[in-house]
Design a binder for this molecule. Structure first.
Ligand SMILES: O=C(O)CCC(=O)C(=O)O
Ligand SMILES: [Fe+2]
Length: 257
C-alpha cells in the first residue's frame, strides 16, 4: 500500500473508476432516435421531489452479526450497509479526493474524522454486538480511519493491526468483492484443529475485530484478479475499504494498518 497525500489536481472519480460517459451518450442517442415518447415542455420538479441521500439513509439492514467459534471477537455483518448507504459513503470518500493519481491507494486520517463519516460511526455504535460493551461505549469510538483502494488484482499482506491502536477495529467493504483470509498469528500458534478462515467480503459487508480476532489472528487479502467461491470464479473489480480504529493515548500517528 502506498500512502496518499491529501492533495489533488485531477478528477477523483475518473481516477478511481474511469469514465463511462461515452457509452452513456451512445445509449441516449439511440433511444432519442427511436422517438418512443411525445415531446413535451421541460418537466417541473418540485423541491420536495429532488433526491437527497440524507433523507433515505435510514438504519442498517441487519443488527445481528455472524460469529465464528474459533475466532472469538470476529463478527461478520453481511450487507450491513444498504445500497444507498454504500453510495453515500463512496461519495464521501470521493469528495475527500484522496486517490488523485494512479499510484495512490491509501489515505489516513487521525483525530477529528471528516464530518461526512460521522453518521457511519454513530450507526456502527448502535449495533449492540459490534464490540464488547466497554469498547462500544467509549468516546470517541474511533479517531483514526484508513481508506484503502484496491485495483483489480491488488491485496494486502497478512497482518495483525499495529499495537498502537486500541482494541476494536471495523472494516467496511465497498464497490467490489474479495476473499479476506484469516489465520492464527505466528505469535499465537493455534491447535491443529483450528483452520484458517476465508470470508468472502461483498460491497456493504462489515467485519468487526476485537479481542482474539484483533490480537491473535492475522487478516489479509491475497493478490489475485479473481476468487473461487463454492467452485465459481468471481472476478474482482476496484474495491474500496474504510477501516476505523482508535489510537492508544500517547502513541504517535502510525503509518501502517
Ligand atoms: O481493506 C481491507 O479490507 C482490510 C484493510 C486492513 O486490514 C487494514 O487497513 O489494516
Ligand atoms: Fe488490518
Amino acid at each position: 500500500m502506498t500512502q496518499a497525500c491529501k492533495t489533488v489536481d485531477k478528477d477523483a472519480y475518473t481516477a478511481m473508476f474511469g469514465s463511462d460517459s461515452d457509452s452513456e451518450d451512445t445509449v441516449l442517442t439511440d433511444v432519442e432516435d427511436e422517438r418512443f415518447w411525445e415531446e413535451s415542455g421541460p418537466e417541473e420538479v418540485e423541491e420536495s421531489q429532488t433526491f437527497n441521500p440524507d433523507h433515505v439513509v435510514g438504519s442498517f439492514n441487519a443488527s445481528e452479526g455472524i460469529t465464528f467459534p474459533d475466532i472469538p471477537g470476529l463478527v461478520y455483518y453481511p450487507e450491513l450497509f444498504s445500497h444507498t448507504q454504500q453510495t453515500k459513503l463512496v461519495e464521501a470518500v470521493i469528495a475527500e479526493q484522496y486517490f488523485a493519481t494512479p499510484e495512490m491507494n491509501q489515505a489516513m486520517r487521525f483525530g477529528d474524522l471528516p464530518e461526512s463519516l460521522t453518521w457511519v460511526i454513530d450507526s456502527l455504535r448502535s449495533i449492540s454486538d459490534l464490540f464488547p460493551e466497554p469498547i462500544r461505549t467509549r468516546m470517541p469510538l474511533f479517531d483514526q480511519t484508513i481508506i484503502n483502494l484496491y485495483r483489480k488484482g491488488d491485496g494486502i499482506k497478512s497482518h495483525v493491526d499495529l499495537a498502537r491502536f486500541e482494541d476494536g477495529i471495523v472494516i467496511i467493504s465497498l464497490l467490489s468483492s474479495c476473499i479476506m483470509s484469516l489465520k492464527p498469528a505466528s505469535t499465537h500458534p493455534a491447535p491443529e484443529s483450528v483452520q484458517a478462515k476465508d470470508i468472502y467480503l461483498r460491497p456493504g459487508d462489515v467485519l468487526s475485530l476485537s479481542g482474539t480476532a484483533r490480537y491473535d489472528w492475522e487478516h489479509g487479502i491475497p493478490e489475485r484478479e479473481y476468487d473461487i467461491v463454492d467452485g465459481v470464479k468471481l472476478e474482482r473489480g476496484t474495491r474500496l475499504s474504510v477501516t476505523f480504529r482508535r489510537l492508544i493515548k500517547g502513541c504517535g500517528e502510525g503509518f501502517e494498518g
